[in-house]
Design a protein around this ligand. Structure first.
Ligand code: COA
Length: 272
C-alpha cells in the first residue's frame, strides 16, 4: 500500500478488547512516518478533524503530504521543553521480533501559552495549523475558525480558570487496528502521573466524542463548551473543554445525542 492511499476504516469494536502490554517512550524524529500513519487512520473517526479536512478522502495525496509536514513540526517542538510526544508500542504479530508504534499523545507543557520573542515560532507550532490555500483536502474557513475558537476558549476559560501554568493534552490517537486495548488509557495515565502530579499542575484538553468517556473515567471534567461556526454556515462543531486537577468536583453530567453532539455539560469547580 502506498502511503497516500486512504487506510481502510475498520468497524469500531463494540466492547473492550484484550488488554495489550504497552511500552511507552518519548518520540524521536524516526517516528514521523508512524505518527503520520496513525493520525490519518485514527482521526478519520474524529469530528473535529473531519470538520477541518472534509476532502481528505478526495485528495489523499494532499492529506498525507500536509499531515506529514504537520507532524514534522510537532517533532521539532518535541525537541524543546515545551512539547512532549509519547508513543505507545507493543509487539507486532506481523513482526514478532520488533515493536510496533500503535498510539501517541502530544503534551504541551508550561510555558506553552506564554510567548516570548525567542519562541514565537515554537508557540505557533503548538497551535492548530493555520489555513493553507494549497491544500485541497482542507476547508480553509473551517481550519481558521477552529484555530480561532480553540485559542479563544484557551484564553477565556482554561487560562482564566487555571492560570498559565497548565499542561495541555493537544492530541491523542490510536491506530484503529488497536482500538480499545488500553493504549490511550496508558498514555493519559502517564501524563497524569509523570507530568501533572509530579509538578502539581492541572491538565486541559478539548475532547471529541471518542475521547470523552475515556477522559471522564480518568477524572477529567468539562468546564466549557467550545462552538465553531463560520458565519453564514449552518454546520457547527461543538466540543467540551475538559480539565483534570486533583480534587476537582463534578456537579452535572455530560450527555451526548446519537450524532455525538453534547447536550449538557459538567460544571466543575477547582478545589480551594
Ligand atoms: C479516543 C482514542 C484515542 C481511544 O484510544 P484507545 O487506545 O482505543 O483507548 P483505550 O483502549 O485506552 O480506552 C478505550 C476507551 O475509549 C473510548 N472509546 C473507544 N471507542 C469508542 C467509541 N467507538 N465510542 C465512544 N468511546 C469510545 C471508551 O471510553 C473506551 O473505554 P471502554 O473500552 O472501557 O468502553 C481512539 O479511539 C482514537 O484514536 N480515536 C480517534 C481520534 C480521537 O478521537 N482522538 C481523541 C480526540 S479527544
Amino acid at each position: 500500500m502506498t502511503p497516500v492511499e486512504p487506510p481502510p476504516r475498520p468497524a469500531l469494536p463494540l466492547a473492550p478488547q484484550s488488554v495489550t502490554n504497552w511500552t511507552l517512550r518519548r518520540a524521536t524524529n524516526d517516528d514521523l512516518d508512524d505518527l503520520t500513519r496513525i493520525a490519518i487512520a485514527a482521526f478519520a473517526y474524529d469530528r473535529q478533524w473531519n470538520y477541518r479536512y472534509p476532502h481528505a478522502a478526495e485528495f489523499p495525496e494532499d492529506h498525507y503530504k500536509y499531515t506529514r509536514i504537520r507532524y514534522g513540526e510537532w517533532l521539532d517542538a518535541n525537541t524543546t521543553p515545551r512539547c512532549i510526544i509519547m508513543v505507545a508500542e507493543c509487539f507486532s504479530p506481523e513482526d514478532p521480533g520488533g515493536k510496533k508504534v500503535a498510539a501517541f499523545s502530544i503534551w504541551r507543557v508550561p510555558p506553552a501559552h506564554d510567548t516570548t520573542e525567542d519562541d514565537v515560532d515554537i508557540t505557533d507550532k503548538l497551535k492548530p495549523p493555520s489555513p493553507n490555500p494549497d491544500r485541497r483536502d482542507a476547508s480553509q474557513m473551517h481550519m481558521k475558525a477552529y484555530r480561532l475558537a480553540t485559542e479563544f476558549a484557551q484564553t477565556k476559560f482554561f487560562d482564566r480558570l487555571l492560570g498559565h501554568r497548565q499542561i495541555s493534552l493537544a492530541q491523542l490517537a490510536t491506530d484503529p487496528a488497536y482500538f480499545r486495548r488500553g493504549a490511550a488509557t496508558k498514555l493519559v495515565e502517564w501524563g497524569i502521573e509523570m507530568l501533572a502530579r509530579k509538578q502539581n499542575l492541572p491538565i486541559s484538553l478539548f475532547a471529541g466524542p471518542m475521547g470523552y468517556r475515556l477522559y471522564q473515567r480518568m477524572g477529567f471534567r468539562s468546564v466549557v463548551m467550545a462552538t465553531v461556526q463560520v458565519s453564514g454556515e449552518k454546520e457547527e462543531l461543538m466540543f467540551p473543554g475538559m480539565v483534570w486537577k486533583d480534587g476537582l468536583r463534578e456537579e452535572k453530567e455530560q450527555v451526548w445525542d446519537e450524532e455525538g453532539v453534547p447536550q449538557l455539560f459538567v460544571v466543575a469547580e477547582p478545589p480551594n
